[in-house]
Design a binder for this molecule. Sequence first.
Ligand code: ATR
Length: 290
Amino acid sequence: MMAISGKTRVCGVIGDPIEHTLSPTIHNAAFNHLGLDFVFLAFRVKTADLENALRGMRGLGIHGLNVTMPHKNAVTAYLDELDEAVKFLGSTNTILNKDGKLSGFNTDGVGALKALRENGIELAEKKLLLLGAGGAAKAIAFSLAKEVGELVVLNRADGKSKELAERLTITLDKKVVGDALTPDAIADNLQDSDVLINATSVGMNPAANQSIVPPQLLRSDLTVMDIVYNPVETKLAKNAKAAGAKVISGVEMLIYQGAASFEIWTGHSAPIKVMRKAALNKLSNAGERK
Ligand code: ATR
């Protein structure tokens, strides 16, 4: 741990519950590695206290915050400036305090994009099949729609995937298809897809034995990314690996969205390897909360 000084800048994460967050582990490892005079803390903030928490951020000069469940949408109303992703999504995961002016960012989508790119996945002209239309899926769709040749979003509640596809088509001027998440729709779309992303919570501990995608549909020429990082290797990832597919774990998206926040707060390039190692250590020490 770096020594705390009179100039130490405070960053943190707000959410409820918050005690299992990996963010302090990841960011403090990065601050220490670069010798930055920053510290990162977790704050449990109840919904009724959100506005006070944001006043506290201004009053105490807290430099940066990550925002997680259940505050990602509500917090947006208290900010002074929003990036393009937040404007589209209405949801914020990163705040920067510039002399009392609070700027909101959403780094989930860019995190997914970098997780793919930095792991050598080409997206241009490719067909992406995205499962889910919740908060994380929306952020991924917003960042990836323009990068890929074709995007299909499937969601259990099909109104959500259809609405998301319509909004993306209008906002980005790029045709996106939204439909119901059915076994037939998965099979039909997966046939000619190059990249599959599971952005649903299916497969997360304690229900780690579940996967939406039948293993026989997975192929060696497919890239499969799961946003679930607990367990690090989901059932979908195991099946994809067995089929010879390229697999990118949810830890990659977690790390790259964190790296984007880190860069917003510090202006320094994030030490990805250090952050990944800290996250993986913490996940394995926690026994992945099986
Ligand atoms: P997050 O912020 O992690 O994206 P969320 O907004 O609650 O969380 O979204 C959860 C996603 O997982 C949704 O797409 C949800 O589908 P619905 O919109 O139909 O609820 C999806 N999901 C959760 N459990 C699921 C299940 N058993 N089968 C299919 N999809 C599921």
